[in-house]
Design a protein around this ligand. Sequence first.
Ligand SMILES: [Zn+2]
Length: 237
Amino acid sequence: MMKTTLIFCGLFLSNLLFGQSSWSDSVSVGFLLGQTNYEKNALFIQVPSNRSTKTCYLLKEVNSAFDSMAVAAQKAGISLKVVSGGRNFEMQKAIWERKWKSRRPNFKSDKETALDILKYSSMPGTSRHHWGTDLDINSVDPAYFSSGKGKLEYEWLKKNAASFGFCQTYDNKAESKRTGYSEEKWHYTYMPISHKLLKQYNEKITNELIIGFLGSSTAKEIDVVKFYVNGISSLCD
Ligand SMILES: [Zn+2]
């Protein structure tokens, strides 16, 4: 009996010391693929209206970290707002299929169509926005960040985001030699959680599980898990 109690205490202590008791150490396949109802999931919170441009949800920890970063930015005269946060499978499917229907006639094959959409948009089931760890800040227009206010905001984020746990997921492809999406100066990830989720994604998800939308048969031939889900900045891993 004594021995059992000791083993139990030891396990409890090691869980505590190595942080294995966090929910993010073991999530379901459904969660990784974006089958989440953010309004009903207690891990999520609606981003307050002063920190967002529309109704959106993030993981509570991510929302808190973003709030701290926005407060610090404000002191430097920089305004940071979430323009997109958690997007579940259904929301991503709506975006993907809208683009699929309008672009498919312009291409010879399904694969070419998918690769064109994949410059900026994820296939449903493969987006980091599913997890509530990733968010778009201030604009999703590349031109916005190349001059004036947008340029100043980007420079502030480049210098300061890491100290709040955030990093630019899709950085300059030529410089970082990563694969996948084009550079997105607006898309940031909260690394303390997302690096754990990517690890589990790679353990549990294969291209065969990327199904349920127009053009999904291209996931395997493109190897979307290897080249897109894992096509992230080395600083974010
Ligand atoms: Zn994004």
